[in-house]
Design a protein around this ligand. Structure first.
Ligand code: G6P
Length: 609
């Protein structure tokens, strides 16, 4: 979604701002812009529809040099993608603002401003804030006070950065409902919506809290004020993942790099969390043990790929821990009259920790009678982890490809750790065996990645197709859902997933030679039933692609192609079988020539409802 970068330095900041925008491209956007105060102290701005490269082309050779600047990538909400709607927006000739999120009461505010003679240049909600700020600055003569006064008038979710020619060595930022970090440099400082945008200039960050306003200035450095306007101290964190995560290295796409990182990031997610034959439940926080002992039911809420991880966990929690489990997409959960049985643990899953629907679901859940809220999340300091009672961080590192890969499999690992921590029979042989299997998982995943070349060859059969069907049973049904989601997200092929037993109740009518059918067939208790379902497809002339355990007696034949997956404990199979499906969608997308890392219309972190 939208991205913010702002810089105050003694050097020319244009390069820093543009590099920051390039680093935020992965979030998905449709236009970009930059504004600086030039050598004469005047506000200059350039905006362009399309990629950051289009903005650079529009800037031309001379560009916009300046020592203070703000920049933005926009993902349209209010008003179509156009140059006029792109940020930064101006209030008068001296003020510029960039904003992520939505101002909910912008319409009455806009009507008031128009009645006062303000002429709007754009259809955005942001421009309302620009004009309010410009007026407040004229009245107050101080940018920080003007921002605080304006924020008191607006409702909604925002992260923003503002500069004004009348306060030429200052930038003010604010966050409420949308992430914002401050980059701490030596005699220079920065603001961004994501630390990744600033790793080329600093590895030291302040993660602002809800309601915080920050002022960067030459005179006083970095000052943070809380929601009540009181001066606040915020810790400076060192970013530990290194800058390498933000570069593709030798890989053609981030998505491929991230698929191949899975053995390493799963090992990192397990590190320090496994004891001798048991999971260390303290990984979930000091209070976890006491709370876990009371849990009788689980409600899991998430969106997109994270939701699919929750669906897998339901099978595990019921089978291994005997806990009744509900899993629901956050956008539905938040508007339902949810009934909470006693001693229910509320669990959210989110790569970013900033997904608006998931956050809203958490806030709603906190008004209900839950035992507590646990977040499984990949971004330290994110809103979701801060607002939950307990959290477990996955260690996937920054995920740049919009289509989630390593975040999903690390979530699965975290959910299995949770399941084992919740079993009444803690420390038994079953737990010891699964802990052992988890330790061996990275090596098995390495072997699965050796399927890359055969899967690339197989993908040719999909490149000309318009539809595909994915089948699985048990924990492999959510994996089939995830496989279908990956294929549609990045190759734009319409794909559906069904529990294989449901085939005969409808989707079989679609099966013909033009509809490839992908099945995931580990050697589990449902294998024989799955094989019968596959016969139903073959009997209708369907073309089958089966990812199967080497021990499964399935002979390749006409219209039946079998790719063998390394053997694995049945419980861990959904994690393993995800990898070949990720590789399949990746190679199909490459053959189709789509934008693999930034698929059309999608955003990495959906911070609006
Ligand atoms: C977006 C992304 C998906 C992601 C979903 C939930 O739709 O494109 O890849 O699964 O949001 O994101 P979260 O950060 O909450 O896991």
């Amino acid at each position: 979604m939208c991205g913010i970068v702002a810089a105050l330095a003694a050097r020319n900041v244009q390069g820093i701002l543009l590099e920051g925008l390039r680093r935020l491209e992965y979030r998905g956007y449709d236009s970009a812009g930059v504004a600086v105060l030039n050598a004469a102290g005047q506000l200059e701005r350039q905006r362009a529809v399309g990629k950051v490269a289009a903005l650079e082309a529009a800037l031309g050779q001379h560009g916009l040099p300046g020592h203070v600047g703000i920049a933005h990538t926009r993902w349209a909400t209010h008003g179509k993608p156009s140059e006029a709607n792109a940020h930064p927006h101006r209030g008068g000739h001296a003020l510029a603002i960039v904003h992520n999120g939505i101002i909910e009461n912008f319409e009455p505010l806009k009507r008031e401003l128009e009645a006062d003679g303000v002429i709007f240049e754009s259809e955005t909600d942001t421009e309302v804030v620009a004009h309010l700020l410009d007026r407040a600055f004229l009245e107050q003569g101080d940018l920080l006070t003007a921002v605080q006064a304006t924020l008191a008038q607006i409702d909604g979710a925002y992260a923003l950065a503002v500069m004004h020619a009348g306060a030429p060595r200052e930038i003010v930022g604010a966050r409420k409902g949308s992430p914002l970090v401050v980059g701490v440099g030596i005699d220079e400082s920065f603001i961004a919506s994501d630390a990744l945008a600033l790793l080329q200039v600093t590895d030291r960050f302040i993660y602002l809290e809800e309601g915080d306003v920050v002022r960067l200035s030459d005179a006083r450095g970095i000052e943070v004020f809380d929601a009540d306007g009181q001066s606040a101290t915020r810790e400076v964190h060192t970013y530990v993942h290194g800058d390498g995560a933000a570069s593709r290295g030798d890989y053609r796409h981030f998505m491929l790099k991230e698929i191949f990182e899975q053995p390493a990031v799963i090992a990192a997610t397990l590190e320090g969390r496994l004891g001798a034959g048991r999971v260390l439940e303290a990984s979930f926080g000091a209070e976890a043990k006491a709370r876990f002992a009371k849990v009788k039911q689980i409600h899991i809420v998430a969106c997109g790929t994270s939701y699919h991880a929750g669906l897998v966990a339901r099978y595990w929690l019921e089978k291994l821990a005997g806990l009744p489990t509900q899993v629901e997409v956050a956008s539905e959960y938040r508007y339902r009259d949810v009934v909470v049985p006693p001693d229910t643990l509320f669990v959210t899953l989110s790569q970013s920790g900033e997904t608006a629907d998931t956050l809203a679901a958490l806030r709603y859940a906190k008004t209900l009678n839950y035992l507590g809220a646990l977040a499984i999340c990949n971004v330290p300091g994110s809103s979701l982890t801060r607002e939950s009672d307990l959290s477990l961080m996955t260690q996937a590192g920054p995920e740049i490809g919009v289509a989630s890969t390593k975040a999903f499999t690390t979530q699965l690992v975290a959910l299995l750790l949770l399941t084992l921590s919740l079993r009444p029979e803690r420390g038994d042989d079953r737990e010891a065996a699964l802990v052992q299997a988890l330790r061996g998982l990275p090596a098995v995943l390495e072997r699965a990645l050796e399927m890359d070349a055969p899967i690339a060859a197989l993908s040719e059969a999909f490149a000309e197709k318009h539809h595909a069907l994915f089948l699985g049973r048990g924990t492999q049904f959510p994996i089939a859902l995830e496989g279908a989601l990956k294929l549609k997200e990045i190759s734009y092929i319409h794909a559906e997933a069904y529990p294989a037993g449901e085939l005969k109740h409808g989707p079989l009518a679609l099966v013909d030679a033009d509809m490839p059918v992908v099945a995931v067939a580990p050697n589990d208790e449902l294998l024989e039933k799955l094989k019968s379902n596959l016969q139903e497809v073959r009997a209708r002339g369907g073309e089958l692609f089966v990812f199967a355990d080497a021990g499964v007696a399935l002979q390749a034949a006409d219209n039946l192609r079998v790719l063998h997956v390394p053997p694995i404990d049945e419980i861990l199979a959904p994690i393993l079988y995800t990898l070949p499906l990720q590789l399949l969608s990746y190679h199909v997308a490459v053959l189709k020539g789509t934008d693999v890392d930034q698929p059309r219309n999608l955003a990495k972190s959906v911070t609006v409802e």
